[in-house]
Design a binder for this molecule. Structure first.
Ligand code: NAI
Length: 431
């Protein structure tokens, strides 16, 4: 069981668990590049340096350990926090960044790429052992562990932040069952998060992952996108831009309608299975590609998932029914089916953009992590005043982040004239 008290001060290097501390030098170089592209977050960091909003607090994180997350760690640390971090997916850690954070950035780090399930949960416990005052989760595993196994640690915790759609869905289920014991900020609800990161970020980085694994030509291929939410819309847009014929499958009539109006073919997965060359799941739902679909697929079809968990493709059944499995390239597994056809799975069915590539580019993560940084500050400012519910940040936060990013991009926009302001606030004036 974890103790309530924070660990005695000791060098983070000794307490941390990373793949290879010698990678720290490369990690610092990657952090330097990320910083250059995350100007909006750097502005918040400069303010935090002066104001020290997190002085004396511990922030426990379960996030993809990437160079962008490294800049969030620096931002919170410079704001006075002690940071303890683990990954939120066994394949998404960038080992050089984990090493740099532990060796050079004074953070407690437990993460390596290719973690066993046992280590994954051991590392979450290590973060909980650091007695966080604030949590940052991507997928809700950290907060779930605190609630189910270590409820006593919730007393000290003043609130948490959730990064992704799947995590928010889990939190709403906790609220429904009256199980949530701390206020949780839904950072994914920020427009500057789910309409940017999920859309532009997932759109680009999903193909980055598929291409690094397969080097396949997308032009002229049929790409089947399962799920037309924020991530699916971005993925379909990029597939179209690369010259693919896009097919969308959905269960939500409105999202299906949007896909059809955007010019994509919409059909049932039972029909799409035989047409696709590349399949991308982004539903946040279980087993959306099953054996019955795989049996109908073309020889050489590529399957990839960009949803949070690795259960969107039913890999377990595929593993049992395939007569052979080989690792043929960088995070590309070939399954020989009894029919003689082969099917390729990129990134082991885990988030392909992080397993096979490096996740979202820094520019878009800057927006998401401005949201995380400001959410942490919001928690401190509203300590004791928030209900134990899933809370959206006020719209001013999206304004602030958008303004910071526009300034970074050198984009100026108009202001309302006093006359326009008055007009928009009135209701008497018509035709
Ligand atoms: P969303 O809720 O906006 O969209 C999901 C869509 O999938 C919905 O329209 C839903 O109707 C549809 N869907 C559900 N079950 C389906 C089924 N059986 N067949 C076809 N469609 C189905 O969610 P969002 O924001 O697009 O996120 C999707 C997933 O991606 C989540 O797990 C989220 O956590 C994850 N995510 C991954 C990122 C990455 O870096 N790869 C980044 C951001 C989110």
């Amino acid at each position: 069981m974890p103790t309530q008290a924070p660990p005695a001060p000791s060098p983070t290097k000794a307490m941390s668990h990373v793949a290879d501390p010698a990678l720290a030098k490369q990690g610092l170089l990657n952090l330097e590049i990320a910083e250059k592209r995350m100007g909006a977050l750097m502005k918040i960091r400069e303010r935090f340096k002066k104001e020290q909003p997190f002085k004396g607090l511990t922030i426990g994180m379960a996030l993809h350990v990437t160079k962008e997350t490294g800049i969030l760690v620096r931002t919170l640390r410079d704001g006075g926090a002690k940071v303890a971090i683990t990954g939120c997916n066994p394949l998404s850690t960038q080992d050089d960044i984990a090493a740099a954070l532990a060796e050079e950035e004074n953070a407690l780090v437990w993460a390596y790429k290719g973690e066993s399930n046992e280590d994954y949960y051991k590392f979450l416990t290590a973060v909980i052992d650091s007695a966080p005052d604030i949590t940052i989760d991507d997928g809700c595993d950290l907060v779930t562990e605190m609630h189910t196994k270590y409820p006593e640690t919730l007393e000290k915790c003043i609130g948490g932040c959730e990064e992704t759609t799947t995590g928010i869905i889990r939190l709403h289920s906790m609220v429904k069952e009256n199980a949530l014991k701390i206020p949780m900020i839904a950072v994914n609800d920020n427009k500057t998060k789910h309409l940017m990161d999920n859309y532009y970020g997932t759109g680009q980085s999903t193909f980055d992952g598929i291409l690094r694994s397969t080097n396949i030509l997308v032009a002229g291929k049929t790409v089947v996108v399962l799920g037309y939410g924020s991530c699916g819309k971005g993925t379909a847009m990029r597939a179209k831009g690369l010259g693919a014929n896009v097919v969308v499958t959905e269960v939500d009539p409105f999202c299906a309608l949007q896909a059809a109006m955007d010019g994509h073919r919409v059909m049932k997965m039972s029909e799409a299975s035989a047409l696709g060359d590349i399949f991308v799941t982004v539903t946040g739902n279980l087993h959306v590609i099953r054996q019955e679909h795989i049996d109908k697929m073309k020889d050489g079809a590529v399957l990839a998932n960009s949803g949070h968990f690795d259960n969107e493709i039913d890999i377990d059944t595929l593993e049992k029914t395939a007569s052979r499995k080989r690792r043929v390239r960088h995070y590309l597994d070939e399954y020989l089916l009894k029919s003689g056809k082969v099917i390729y799975v990129a990134g082991e069915g885990r988030l392909v953009n992080l397993a096979s590539a490096e996740g979202h580019p820094s520019e878009v993560m800057s927006l998401s992590f401005c949201g995380q940084a400001l959410a942490c500050e919001y928690i401190v400012k509203n300590k004791g005043k928030m209900p134990n519910e899933v809370i959206s940040l006020p719209p001013e936060v999206d304004h602030e982040i958008s303004e910071l990013q526009l300034a970074e991009m050198g984009v100026s926009i108009d202001e309302l004239t006093p006359e326009q302001k008055k007009y928009l606030e009135s209701w008497q004036e018509g035709t």
